[in-house]
Write a new protein. Structure first.
Length: 272
C-alpha cells in the first residue's frame, strides 16, 4: 500500500479525554499503517467523515512541531503534572517514527517536566528510546503497554497485517524490563471463536511471563460503526463460517454482554 505522509504543524499537543479512564492523551501522528482489521479508531474516523475502510492508514498526518507545542503546554502554571497516555488513537512507534522521531522528542519533553507517561504500542522500535524512557522514569512514573492479543502466526497475519510479529514485541518487552521500565501486555482485542481458545490464551500469558512482563490484562472485541463494517468484511474473507455468529453476537450493540466477556477475562486472570 502506498502511504502519503502529510507534514502538518499542530496548534495543540495534549488532548483532554472524557470517559476513557485517563485524562490526557498525546498522538504525534494521526492515522496508522498497521491497518489492524479490528482497530477501534476506524469508528472515530467515520464519525469525523474520514475513510474508515481499506483507505484508512494510507494517509498519515505528521505533527512536525508537536514537541515544541507540548513544551509550551507543560510550562503553563495550570498544568498539574497529570498522567499522559501516548498512543491512544494511533501507534506512536509505527514506521514513520523511525524518520521523524516525534515520539522520542515528546518523551524527552514529558520527562523534563516530570510528567507521568503511559505508552501503548505494537512497535518494537521503542527499544531505540530506552535511554529517554529510563531518564523520564527517574522523574515520574513511566509505564509501557505492549498490545499482544495473540501469538498465533496465522491470526496475527490476518488481523494485524502491518504490525511487527508478536515475538519481536516480546523481545522488545524483555529489553525494556531489563532496563528497569515497567512493561505490561494488553491482550486486546480477543476475538470470539478465533483467539479466545484456552490454549491460545495460555500461550500469550506464558510468553508474556517468560519475557518478563510486569502485568497483563485482557478485553474482548467491541465493534462500533466504522470498525464493525470493516472487521466483518475481513471476517467474511478469512473466517466466513464465523460471520453469522458475529452478526448475531453484535446485533444488539457494540459491546458483548458480561456473560460472554467475563469467562474469558476470568480465565486470563487465573492463568496470570
Amino acid at each position: 500500500m502506498n502511504v502519503e505522509y502529510r507534514e502538518e504543524p499542530c496548534r495543540s499537543a495534549l488532548n483532554q479525554v472524557q470517559g476513557m479512564g485517563f485524562g490526557w492523551s498525546l498522538n504525534p501522528y494521526m492515522g496508522c499503517v498497521h491497518r489492524c482489521t479490528f482497530c477501534y479508531v476506524r469508528a472515530f474516523e467515520r464519525r469525523a467523515d474520514r475513510p474508515s475502510d481499506d483507505r484508512y492508514g494510507s494517509s498519515i498526518r505528521v505533527k512536525t512541531n508537536i514537541a515544541e507545542v507540548l513544551r509550551r503546554e507543560l510550562a503553563r502554571p495550570s498544568w498539574q503534572r497529570e498522567g499522559v497516555v501516548i498512543g491512544a488513537a494511533t501507534d506512536p512507534y509505527q514506521p514513520a517514527e523511525g524518520r521523524y522521531r516525534l515520539t522520542r522528542a515528546c518523551i524527552e519533553v514529558l520527562g523534563a517536566a516530570a510528567t507521568p507517561i503511559q505508552l501503548i504500542t505494537r512497535g518494537p522500535m521503542i527499544v531505540r528510546d530506552i535511554d529517554v524512557l529510563a531518564a523520564a522514569a527517574k522523574r515520574a512514573k513511566v509505564g509501557i503497554m505492549f498490545s499482544i492479543p495473540t501469538i498465533d502466526p496465522e491470526i496475527w497475519r490476518r488481523t494485524e497485517p502491518g504490525t511487527a510479529p508478536p515475538q519481536q514485541r516480546l523481545r522488545a518487552l524483555t529489553q525494556l524490563v531489563e532496563a528497569g521500565i515497567k512493561v505490561g501486555v494488553g491482550m486486546a482485542p480477543i476475538l470470539p471463536g478465533i483467539s479466545d481458545k484456552p490454549e491460545l490464551l495460555a500461550a500469550v500469558v506464558r510468553a508474556a511471563r517468560e519475557a518478563g512482563a510486569t502485568g497483563i490484562w485482557a478485553n474482548l472485541l467491541h465493534l462500533r460503526p466504522g470498525t464493525k463494517e470493516h472487521f466483518l468484511a475481513a471476517l467474511e474473507r478469512d473466517w466466513p463460517d464465523l460471520l453469522p455468529e458475529y452478526e448475531q453476537r453484535y446485533a444488539r450493540g457494540e459491546y458483548l454482554p458480561a456473560a460472554q466477556t467475563s469467562p474469558v477475562r476470568d480465565r486470563v486472570r487465573k492463568l496470570a
